[in-house]
Design a protein around this ligand. Structure first.
Ligand SMILES: C[S@@+](CC[C@H](N)C(=O)[O-])C[C@H]1O[C@@H](n2cnc3c(N)ncnc32)[C@H](O)[C@@H]1O
Length: 299
């Protein structure tokens, strides 16, 4: 079932967190001149229009990337500065760049880089936007692509896993795919995005408050990923509000398996800036809403 369309959510707070984390990891991995492998298993359409009927419906980008740009125009953080430089050209044209476009800015011609999406329209758009990029676009199941590339050439690099989680079964799909990929590529770096969902939500049809059947599934998945045979696992989260039935997704996070050396220092700086923009009330201590935690550290 491929009903999810990222255009409704492009440029929201979760995209900002995801894309800043992606940039932080890519910046570390591209310090060395040696080529790397890159795979985006759920790449989306590449570029999203913010003023068409999909983007404008909830205007999530206004409370996401546009708010971030306006409040952090003078930031000294290098990753934030680069994110602003990449996104500002797009947002001026009422567009938002997705993960493969952002990755293209940081990858090199020598890298072996791929982006997959299964949706016919999304993958057609992806092929169009990646025509002159360093990434090859594929209409393909992301997990099948991941399995086919393992172990990758070259043996250093990263994989971004960013599924829609429309079906509850997708959490188990991620765990299964990562378990298998990690056994073939024990030193691979995997970035897994996940939503933080309120325990109850207002039912769209009945308008009544009902239990959210997917609440807690991300937390379960992260605990299981943390127990895998990886050297280290880092987890970062950004909550933009308290859980509430009115706000289904109150935040999101990234689980990073085998993060590059000292990544947590860069991410702490990024999270500190995200906190000033998204973590609500200036008069209250909101530091608990933004977190960088080791689930597992190298011994
Ligand atoms: C959250 S969006 C991706 C957003 C993108 N990574 C970004 O940050 O710009 C999820 C995408 O996964 C695609 N998708 C869903 N199931 C898939 C599968 N099994 N394999 C590959 N892509 C899939 C959807 O078509 C959708 O475009």
């Amino acid at each position: 079932m491929l009903s999810y369309q990222h255009a409704y959510h492009a440029g929201n707070h979760a995209d900002v967190l995801k894309h800043l984390t992606l940039m932080s990891v890519l910046k570390k991995l591209t310090i060395k001149a040696k080529p790397m492998f890159y795979l985006d298993t759920h790449a989306g359409a590449g570029v999203y229009q913010m003023d068409d009927e999909n983007g404008a419906l909830n205007a999530e980008f206004e409370r996401g990337v546009l708010k971030f740009q306006s409040l952090l125009r003078n930031s000294n953080n290098e990753i934030v500065k680069d994110y602003l430089a990449i996104t500002s050209g797009f947002t001026k044209a009422k567009q938002y760049p997705g993960s493969p476009i952002i990755a293209d800015y940081l990858l090199r011609e020598t890298d072996n880089a791929h982006a997959a999406d299964l949706h016919p329209q999304a993958s057609q758009d992806l092929k169009k936007y990646l025509r002159r990029s360093k990434l090859s676009a594929h209409q393909r199941d992301g997990y099948e692509a991941l399995n086919a590339f393992m172990p990758p050439k070259p043996n250093r690099g990263m994989v971004l896993v960013d599924p829609p989680y429309e079906q509850a079964s997708e959490y188990a799909d991620v765990y299964k795919a990562i378990t298998s990929a990690l056994s073939a590529w024990p030193n691979g770096c995997f970035l897994i995005w996940y939503p933080l969902l309120s325990p109850t939500r207002v039912d769209r049809k009945t308008k009544e408050v009902a239990e959210n059947p997917k609440a807690g599934l991300s937390e379960e998945m992260i605990a299981k990923l943390g127990a895998l045979a990886a050297k280290s696992v880092l987890n970062i989260q950004l909550c933009v509000s308290q859980p509430s039935p009115q706000i289904g997704m109150y935040g999101s996070g990234m689980c990073i398996i085998n993060p590059p050396w000292k990544l947590e220092q860069d991410l702490s700086g990024v999270l500190a800036t995200l906190q000033t923009v998204f973590a609500g009330d200036k008069d209250k201590d909101t530091s608990h809403l933004c977190q960088v935690n080791w689930i597992k550290t190298e011994v």
